[in-house]
Design a protein. Structure first.
Length: 397
C-alpha cells in the first residue's frame, strides 16, 4: 500500500517539475567585460560594450575588432556599439547585431563619457541598478572626453582595457568606487559623489593607433547626478588621505633650504575625522598619523642625524597638510560633500544637524578645517648617508 501511494505521489508531482526549461548555455552568451555610455547631440546615448571572444583562448587570438589584446597582439575582445533614446533602447538594437544573448554578469567596468556625466547619469544608473544582471561591485569611471575609445584600446600587458582599469583601481592609484558606492553617495543627504577619471595614454612611437593604455588622471566631482568639476591627481591624493583610502605610494618633497628631494614610501597611515561644533561654528579636525621609509635621498642631508631627520619629517608633514587642504578646499568650492561629513556630524550632533540639514551645503562650504599631521620617518634604507657624496658634502643640519 505504501509503495502504491509513493508511486501515485511521484506521478502527481512530476507534471509540476519545471526542470531546466529556461537554461541558457554559456556558448549562447555574449559575455560583456566592460561598457561605455556616451551622450550624443540629439539627446540620445551611445552604448558601447566590450564582448569577450571565447575562441581566442583556444586559438591563441586572431579575432578582429576593437577591444583588448594579449601581449602577443592576440585580440580577446571586440567592441560593438549602438545609439538609442536610453540604454534599454540601445541595448535592444545592439542585441540584433550580436548572435548571442547579451550577458552583464561579468561586466566589471562601466565608463561614463564626460559629456554625459555633465548632463546627468541618473537614467543610466537607474538601468544598471534595476537590471538583475549588472554587478553592484562593478567599478565606475568617468572618461576624459568620449568613453568608447577606452574600450577600443589594445593594452599590451592585460587581456583587455577593462582589466587595466580594474587593476589600477585595486592598486588605489585613484578612487575605487563601485556601483553600490555611487548609489549610496547620490542617495545620501549630501547627494554628492566622486568617480575616478580615466584617459588614454597615447601609444609610443612605432606602436599602433589603438595601443594606447587607459590610466587614471584624477577625480570627477558630482553634485546630485551631474558632474560639476574635476580634481587633479595631486588633489586626488589629498582626497584619498581624507577618505582614509591611502595605500602604499611614493611621496616626494623638498626640505626647506635644501637642494634636492627626498622620496618616501608610506607604510602606515591612520586618519581620523573629528566633527566639532563650538559657539555655533562648524569645524572639522583631521588627525593623520603616518610613517614612511626612505627609498631615495637626493639631498645632502644625513638622515641618520636626528637634526636632519627632523628637517625631513617637517617637510613630509607640510607636504601632506598641503595635499589634504587642497583637496578639501576644492570640495568646498563645489559644495559637494564627497567625504560624507554630513553623516559624521549627524552621528555626533543629531539635533544640530537636523535643524540645519536644509542648509548643509552652505555650512559645508564655510566650514573650518584643522589638519594635525604626525609624520615620522622610521627607516632610511640600506644606507644612512646620501650615495655618491663625500663626507665633506654631507650635512647633519
Amino acid at each position: 500500500m505504501k509503495s502504491v501511494l509513493l508511486l501515485l505521489g511521484i506521478c502527481g508531482i512530476t507534471p509540476f517539475l519545471s526542470g531546466c526549461w529556461d537554461r541558457v548555455e554559456i556558448t549562447d552568451l555574449a559575455i560583456i567585460t566592460a561598457a561605455a555610455i556616451d551622450k550624443k547631440d540629439n539627446d540620445h546615448i551611445e552604448l558601447s560594450v566590450q564582448v569577450f571572444i571565447p575562441s581566442s583562448i583556444s586559438s591563441g587570438g586572431g579575432g578582429q575588432g576593437g577591444g583588448g589584446s594579449q601581449g602577443g597582439g592576440a585580440v580577446t575582445t571586440l567592441v560593438r556599439y549602438e545609439k538609442g533614446s536610453n540604454i534599454s533602447d540601445a541595448l535592444s538594437k545592439l542585441q540584433s547585431k550580436l548572435p548571442r544573448k547579451v550577458f552583464w554578469g561579468h561586466c566589471k567596468v562601466f565608463v561614463f563619457g564626460e559629456k554625459l556625466a555633465k548632463d546627468g547619469i541618473q537614467e543610466q544608473l537607474d538601468f544598471l541598478l534595476r537590471h538583475p544582471q549588472p554587478r553592484e561591485k562593478a567599478n565606475m569611471y568617468v572618461s576624459k572626453g568620449k568613453a568608447k575609445p577606452i574600450l577600443e584600446s589594445l593594452p599590451p600587458l592585460e587581456n583587455y582595457s577593462g582589466e587595466v582599469l580594474r587593476e589600477l583601481s585595486d592598486l588605489h592609484i585613484g578612487m575605487l568606487v563601485t556601483m553600490q558606492d555611487l548609489d549610496e553617495m547620490l542617495t545620501g543627504k549630501p547627494q554628492a559623489a566622486a568617480l575616478p577619471v580615466v584617459k588614454i595614454l597615447p601609444p609610443q612611437k612605432g606602436e599602433k593607433k589603438l595601443q594606447g593604455i587607459p590610466y587614471i588622471v584624477g577625480t570627477a566631482v558630482f553634485k546630485k547626478d551631474k558632474m560639476t568639476g574635476m580634481m587633479t591627481e595631486k588633489e586626488t591624493r589629498g582626497l584619498l588621505w581624507l577618505r582614509d583610502e591611502m595605500e602604499s605610494y611614493t611621496v616626494t618633497f623638498q626640505p626647506k633650504g635644501v637642494k634636492g628631494e627626498i622620496s618616501l614610501n608610506p607604510v602606515t597611515a591612520k586618519i581620523k575625522k573629528i566633527p566639532q561644533i563650538r559657539n555655533d561654528k562648524w569645524k572639522l579636525l583631521v588627525k593623520v598619523n603616518t610613517e614612511g621609509a626612505v627609498i631615495q635621498n637626493g639631498t645632502n642631508l644625513n638622515l641618520s642625524s636626528p637634526q636632519s631627520l627632523k628637517v625631513a619629517e617637517r617637510a613630509y608633514q607640510k607636504d601632506i597638510e598641503k595635499r589634504i587642504e587642497l583637496a578639501f578646499r576644492h570640495t568646498q568650492q563645489k559644495k559637494a560633500d564627497i567625504l560624507g561629513l554630513g553623516k559624521d556630524f549627524y552621528r555626533k550632533y543629531p539635533k544640530q544637524f537636523n535643524l540645519n540639514a536644509n542648509h548643509w551645503d552652505e555650512i559645508f562650504a564655510e566650514m573650518e578645517v584643522e589638519i594635525d599631521v604626525a609624520a615620522h620617518i622610521r627607516r632610511q634604507g640600506y644606507i644612512n648617508k646620501p650615495a655618491g657624496l663625500s663626507e665633506k658634502e654631507v650635512k647633519d643640519k
